[in-house]
Write a protein that binds this ligand. Structure first.
Ligand code: NAP
Length: 275
């Protein structure tokens, strides 16, 4: 299979390129392909004629997006629309990645694919617009919402907490945000499995279960330092975040696919260097 990975320099992109290495993978980082540049996208995809296009590119700075709305919509809405247009033009299938931050977090329990988004932040709105444009396109598409990604590559919460814990002082972590921590290695494997199925449409793909940021931090530091709860208001971040954006999939098992393992097992495997 010929596969194009856009955003190949990011946390997910790098993991995907490794996992799919048995295939004919063409990896494009931001410098090699700006997905918001329609002409470049159409000509690159038109020349390579892949069977699959995977979009791992995003303006992913949730707080930074509040003051950079134009750039966020360019990467997170126009970019995916360009990829969908290019996919449709050569009948390739597109996998596009989205986020739990399309939800407002007020449901009080895990969100399924049937729940209606209501993003709170610029980042969330730009990602929701990207989903809609991809799903309304003429391409064969899968939109995968995931959450709280961490892995070996790039910046993420697990690395930040471990680095802060290394200084030996107590950590203050928000206790009023609940979500679904997901190992990027498990998510990338799930994408590879999905590519073996005829699946189309919208799916939630996360490690099973949910926890608060504070509980997540406790599991990361394994008792090495104290973790003290604070509120989102005390954390004072630029972008509002949902209170409970945990995800569950009503559609994944209907495809005959096994749910991803619980978040605690995935985190332990990562901390023990197994993934
Ligand atoms: N990280 C999370 O916790 C999380 C949670 C939920 C969903 N997601 C979604 O998961 C996907 C992967 O996220 P990630 O954690 O791998 O993010 P990441 O590490 O920030 O990677 C995103 C990559 O996209 C590139 N990029 C930005 N704008 C681009 C453009 N216009 N054209 C091409 N490439 C561009 C970035 O390059 P530069 O850095 O050079 O700009 C970066 O290498 C994204 O769709 C994100 O929204 C992530």
């Amino acid at each position: 299979m010929r596969i194009i990975v856009a955003g190949a320099g990011g946390q997910l992109g790098r993991e995907l390129v490794e996992i799919l290495s048995a295939d004919d993978v063409h990896a494009f980082d931001h410098r090699a392909l700006d997905i918001a540049d329609e002409a470049s996208v159409l000509s690159t995809i038109g020349q390579l004629r892949p069977n699959w296009i995977i979009n791992a590119a995003a303006f992913n700075d949730v707080d930074g997006a509040e003051a950079a709305e134009r750039a966020a919509f360019r990467a997170n809405a126009e970019g995916p629309a360009n990829l969908a247009r290019a996919a449709a033009s050569i009948d390739a299938a597109l996998i596009h990645v989205s986020t739990d931050y399309v939800f407002d977090g007020r449901k009080g329990s895990a969100y399924t694919e049937d729940d209606v988004p209501n993003p709170l932040s610029v980042y969330g709105r730009s990602k929701y617009e990207g989903e809609r444009r991809v799903l309304e396109s003429k391409a064969r598409v899968c939109v995968l919402r995931t959450a709280w990604l961490y892995g070996r590559h790039g910046k993420n919460f697990v690395k930040a907490i471990r680095a802060a814990a290394g200084e030996g002082r107590p950590l203050k972590v928000v206790a009023d945000q609940v979500g679904s921590p997901t190992a990027v290695a498990d998510f990338a494997q799930a994408i590879a499995r999905l590519m073996q199925t005829p699946a189309r449409g919208l799916f939630h793909v996360v490690n099973a279960g949910a926890c608060s940021r504070e509980e997540f931090a406790r599991a990361i530091v394994r008792g090495a330092v104290q973790v003290l709860p604070i509120t989102s208001a005390q954390a004072g971040r630029a972008a509002p975040r949902p209170e409970n954006s945990s995800l569950i999939s009503a559609r994944w098992s209907a495809l005959g696919l096994r749910p991803l393992r619980p978040w605690q097992a995935a985190l332990d495997a990562f901390l023990d260097g197994e993934t």
